[in-house]
Write a protein that binds this ligand. Sequence first.
Ligand SMILES: Cc1cc2nc3c(=O)[nH]c(=O)nc-3n(C[C@H](O)[C@H](O)[C@H](O)COP(=O)(O)OP(=O)(O)OC[C@H]3O[C@@H](n4cnc5c(N)ncnc54)[C@H](O)[C@@H]3O)c2cc1C
Length: 456
Amino acid sequence: MAQFDLIVIGGGSGGVRAARIAASHGARVALVEEYRLGGTCVIRGCVPKKLMVYASRFAQEFEEAAGFGWTLEAPHFDWATLKTRRDAEVARLEGIYRANLLAAGVQILEGRAQLTGRNTVALFDGTQHQAAHILIATGAQPTPGPAIPGHELAIDSNGFFDLQALPRRVVVQGAGYIALELACVLHLLGAQVTVVVRGEQILRGFDDELRQHLAAEMARSGLQFRFGRHVQAIARDGHALQVQLDNGDTLAADCVLRALGRAPNTHGLGLETAGLALNAHGAIPVDAYSQTAVPGIYAVGDVTNRVNLTPMAIREGHAFADTVFGKTPRVVDHALVPTAVFTTPEAGVVGLTEEQALARYPRLDVYRTSFRPMKATLSGHPGKMLLKLLVDRDTDRVVGFHGVGPDTGEMAQLVGVALQLQATKAALDATLAVHPTAAEELVTMRTPAVRHNLSP
Ligand SMILES: Cc1cc2nc3c(=O)[nH]c(=O)nc-3n(C[C@H](O)[C@H](O)[C@H](O)COP(=O)(O)OP(=O)(O)OC[C@H]3O[C@@H](n4cnc5c(N)ncnc54)[C@H](O)[C@@H]3O)c2cc1C
């Protein structure tokens, strides 16, 4: 039985970072991966998705170019070329992950791992490995959703990346960021897309005004929404599919994409043999140091269902390795999370929503501007941006930023720095504008659009 200081199960964002940093602190580390190194983000998440987003946005750029004097032959898009080039880039990144792990001295074990005790891990080839510490970083996977008739005819986000051709008509089920991002990609590349949403609005948990603005912009761009509807059944109809809604409507489709959320990847991990129980969300409960209830076993990333984003998994993995092997105990702040939604238009956010902010700061000022970006003056693009800042009047601190429109994801990163530094509105006002940009609005908004004054 091979002996290690640390066995990491899962070679995704969190696991790879933890393994490399632990090895750099001198630990003997093995990392087990059952599929491909890089995990969800690199293989079938953030990276290939963003490449598809870039591809899709050219459609709009070609149209807008005419207003600036360009004449283009009718542009033609070839899915197979994009897929081949995207897959090659993903394979290149996977190679870099492998090389970096090996360079750090991490032993890579290929196969599916299962706990067989507090300190032991078995691979499906029958080999057994022992370590003083085990890190579970197995991520999450798409939830199948309710088992409606014909559900097996639908694909999930993993299946999206395997599509061999652009489907002509697509029904997307779901209203989270993954459903919407993939819907926009397909729509801009030329598919006719209908998004079926169980509730009355997209992006639950985001700022209400951002949700409304983004949904309106997506609808204006030609994406069809069916709010308050369920998919009841999917049936084959020759080469096509028929999607039946709960109000009796039937939608013809060539592809049904179900993006109904993700669940922690714990099935068949043998957690019970180590004495580990799951919480109500099916995730592995951990403390601030990513330590589970069982001494020596830790968990980071999506499998813990804290903040399910790549930078958080990386940070948790790094903090774990520093704490356990680097003699530097570190906890991760899960409160301030800058993030982007790569729909078109995109959205960028950091800090509290207006609804959350009001619960904490009754004297809240809302600075808001909605405008057509300068490029639209000649391109004729009708889309409007939204930029919104939330300020606690008592301390003058900026407590939230919500943006919809080009580059708002990039803005969220930098506003995130300001919020991390506890910036006041006065500090933003004192910052000189970069002109002409859309972001300059963030330092030139003078008068609150709304002044909340809730009695305590
Ligand atoms: C379509 C999509 C788009 C996304 N876009 C973004 C984005 O734009 N920005 C962002 O920050 N996040 C995004 N995410 C989320 C991000 O991918 C995850 O939060 C991140 O990958 C979590 O990292 P992790 O290390 O916890 O798990 P993962 O990256 O999922 O890695 C887990 C690894 O464990 C392996 N594994 C599982 N079980 C076993 C086992 N028993 N034995 C061996 N190996 C095992 C898996 O094969 C996998 O490689 C996106 C996700 C999806 C699906």
